[in-house]
Write a protein that binds this ligand. Sequence first.
Ligand SMILES: [Zn+2]
Length: 255
Amino acid sequence: MQLFRASAANKLPATDVDCAAKLSAIFNTNAFEMEGSVEGVSEGLSGVCILASRINHSCLPCANHRYNAKQKTYAIYASRDIEVDEEITIAYVPPTQSREVRRADLRKSYGFDCMCKACDLSTGFGKQSARNRAKIEELQAGLKASRKPGVRRSGEVEPLRRVLGLLEEERLGGGYEAERYVPSSFSSKDSVTDSADSRVELAVALKDNDELPQAVAEMEIAVELMGYNYGKDTVYFAKIQENLEGLRRASVERR
Ligand SMILES: [Zn+2]
């Protein structure tokens, strides 16, 4: 959302244009998207939050954020255990991207060079993190390229387990695994989804590989994460629960 229209700004005195441009820049770098994405409806809204907009970025975030269209509230919640005295941080860009991609994104959209531990290549930790996230990106690209409508996804079990393992290593499991649940796997049976880093996808791959009890176990974790991350009053939570019930029924029938 823009704070003002460029055509209107042209009619303002120079000092007002400067002021409006400054306000617009402040708004754009501090605003959160508040579209009704949890309900699958995009309202194209953004807003600045008094407290939440002050939270800094990290590629090793300990919190995540979500707008609940039903409650019209913006929530910041822990995405993993938070250390004593640790700063609460969120990721302004998808943290699972490779170091180069996310840093370029941050520079372009927010105008800063990230100085977090994951970006610091002078340490062993930073170097390992860069390798892990590059690997995540490579595995995800392979998964997405292999998906075709109507093709069983049994071959995805191992690469998805590797992606989830790497996310865990990067402390981006848990809350961040739920990031990609929407709209993956829900639309139609044969849909090609763009998500390659969630428990839902792993459950689908396990089902296609005829490992139904394991598929149910992964979907149970997904439901728990979904309830925590999106709230239990959302359409997506109802859908993922339906998905779980379907898997449970199939698993019982198979016995
Ligand atoms: Zn960083």
